[in-house]
Design a protein around this ligand. Structure first.
Ligand code: M6R
Length: 614
């Protein structure tokens, strides 16, 4: 989704802005732009396409100035083109503004401004906000900071904005509501702004996460001042950033997605740290320990999430119900928030989100909070909005995930959710010591098993080559392998643009079986476990209709091998934990097919890494 970078300091701003925009590319965007303030003038340069297109456009005439803002836009109002790209200027040309989010009442404001003589160039809500600020400043004579505060008290919706002003070359102003914004504080009166910390981390570790409805004035002389929209001054809370620069680089891989797939043995171990004690056969999760009574007495867990995180939630449904004997509902956050659901005080709402910024998940949390439920967050991005909004939580510690297609975040989420289910089961007395010890030992072996599965990469690449031109694909699984089938299908469609569906294997005969012919690849999880024989029958049903079977099987399997067109072996794993291992070949498969089809693996079309609008 849109990205923001800003700089006020002593260095030339343009290289800092461009580097920052490149670091934000992973969020997905369709146009980009910069505005620099130099010798009392603001120069805005923007165009449709990639940041590299903007650089080409500016080759030989790089804008100068030590104050500037940059933006990557993901179109919401009006098509992706040069005019709708940010920054936007006010009508009198004094201001330049960048914006993430959506101003919901922009049409009414625009009409009023047009009646007062304002002329708009773009289709965007952002340009309307820029004119509104200008209008208030001119009409009332207040300073820019106050004009921004007053303008923001008139708008509804979500925003993270940064404004520069040619009348005030020593300052930059930022504000946010429901869209994240981080301010970095450098030496020598320097300030950085980012929609997340990635464009800032290279320069400073000292950051302030703006809260909703706060306006921040960054002034070269007087420093940082924060005031709420309601005009209450706040003391800036400076935190230290934990992310390391190296974790944002590709580290020798062609794509971030591949790097992130290969990072999984490490990221799963990172999830265990400080939580799992193999020797003692114990798991401790402070977010649960601190709210022990709530978990012991909970009647129900409601999981809210979107996309891949929702799939992790579906895996958790099996884990919590089986291990902790706790009833679970898994909801699409986008549906839940508008459904007037029944939420009881003894429900625990678990919000799962890699980015911690997904608008629908955030809104679902807010709603559940109002109804008195305890909210537990499972987030990857430290300091993200969701992680700060929830009552308690557990970070997944997977490190920055840059590829739009979620991979290591999924396995980290499932790992944390497994640890949670085991912790709750210990507290509720629903697990025997023997099973607990067995599962802890099994969980501990998962990173090695993932490493083993990663060795199938060449074989998966070979299979990918055979099916790269398919137009449809079906993914089947039973039990907790069903969410893995959904996840496999999502991975394939989102990065290689092949239509794919995930189904519980037994549901196939209630409809999708009509699609099966010799052109249809059917990816099946057929690992050993209680539904193995049933899945074997489903495979036979596909074969009888000449479908192509690519099966993920337990090492040493013979029955499926005899029927399938291809088998990919994974190490023998306790059924409860199979999703952590069986998802890996699907991730590799979608990666290879996307590369072979010439797709942009890390930034697939129309997609954003964090979906901060509903
Ligand atoms: O940051 P979140 O986990 O809240 O994001 C949810 C989805 O937008 C995300 O998982 C999306 O489905 C990914 N592109 C899947 O690979």
């Amino acid at each position: 989704m849109c990205g923001i970078v800003g700089y006020l300091g002593t260095e030339q701003a343009y290289p800092i802005l461009i580097k920052g925009l490149k670091r934000l590319e992973y969020r997905g965007y369709d146009s980009s732009g910069v505005a620099l303030l130099n010798e009392g003038e603001i120069e805005i340069s923007k165009c449709r396409g990639k940041v590299s297109d903007l650089e080409d456009h500016l080759a030989g005439k790089v804008p100068e100035g030590v104050v500037g803002i940059g933006h990557t836009r993901w179109a919401t109002h009006g098509p992706p083109n040069d005019i709708n790209a940010h920054p936007h200027a006010s009508g009198d040309g004094t201001l330049a503004l960048i914006h993430n989010g959506i101003i919901e009442n922009y049409a009414t404001i625009k009409e009023e401004l047009i009646n007062r003589g304002h002329v708009f160039k773009s289709d965007t809500d952002t340009e309307v906000l820029t004119h509104l600020i200008e209008d208030i400043r001119t009409k009332t004579g207040v300073d820019l900071f106050e004009a921004i505060r007053l303008a923001l008290s008139e708008v509804h919706g979500a925003y993270a904005i940064v404004v520069i002003d040619k009348k005030n070359p020593d300052m930059m102003i930022a504000a946010k509501k429901s869209s994240p914004l981080v301010i970095g504080i450098g030496g020598n009166g320097e300030f950085y702004v980012g929609s997340d910390a990635t464009p800032i981390v290279e320069y400073t570790k000292n950051v302030v996460y703006l809260e909703d409805e706060e306006v921040a004035l960054m002034d070269r002389k007087s420093g940082l001042k924060i005031v709420t929209i309601q005009n209450k001054e706040k003391v800036p809370y400076i935190q230290e950033l934990e992310i390391k620069l190296e974790t944002l680089e590709k580290g020798g891989y062609d794509y971030f997605m591949l790097k992130e797939i290969y990072e999984q043995p490490r990221s799963i171990i990172d999830c265990f740290r400080g939580r799992m004690n193999l020797q003692k056969g114990e798991i401790r999760m402070s977010g649960i320990d601190d709210n022990e009574e709530k978990w012991i007495n909970a009647k129900r867990v409601i999981i809210v999430a979107c996309g891949t995180s929702w799939h992790a939630g579906l895996v958790a449904e099996y884990l919590f119900e089986d291990i902790a004997r706790l009833s679970v509902e898994v909801e699409y956050a986008s549906e839940f928030r508008y459904r007037n659901p029944i939420i009881n005080k003894d429900d625990i709402v678990v919000a799962i989100s890699q980015s911690g910024e997904t608008a629908d998940t955030l809104a679902a949390i807010e709603m559940a909070k109002k109804q008195g439920a305890h909210i537990f967050g499972v987030c990857n991005v430290v300091g993200s909005t969701i992680s700060r909004t929830t009552d308690s939580g557990a970070y997944t510690h997977a490190g920055p995930e840059i590829g739009v297609a979620s991979t290591k975040a999924f396995t980290a989420q499932v790992t944390v959710l497994t640890l949670m289910a085991l912790t709750v089961a210990q507290k509720r007395g629903t697990i025997t010591d023997a099973r607990l010890h067995r599962l802890i030992a099994e969980l501990n072996s998962i990173p090695d098993k993932v490493t083993e599965v990663l060795k199938t990469n060449d074989q998966v690449e070979y299979i990918s080559d055979i099916y790269k031109n398919a137009t449809n694909a079906l993914y089947l699984g039973r039990g907790s392998s069903f969410p893995v089938a959904l996840e496999g299908a999502l991975k394939l469609k989102e990065i290689s643009y092949i239509h794919a569906e995930g189904y519980p294997a037994a549901e196939m005969k209630h409809g999708p079986i009509a699609l099966i012919d010799e052109e249809m690849p059917v990816f099946v999880i057929a690992t050993h476990g209680q539904s193995y024989e049933k899945v074997v029958s489903n495979i036979q049903e596909v074969k009888a209709r000449k479908g192509k079977i690519i099966a993920i099987v337990t090492a040493g399997d013979t029955a499926v091998k005899g029927m399938a067109d291809h088998v990919i072996e994974i190490p023998k794993t306790d059924e409860t934990l199979v999703p952590l291992v069986s998802v890996i070949p699907f991730q590799l498969l979608s990666y290879h097919i996307a590369v072979m089809r010439g797709c942009n693996v890390d930034q697939p079309r129309n997609l954003a890494k964090s979906v901060t609008v509903e």
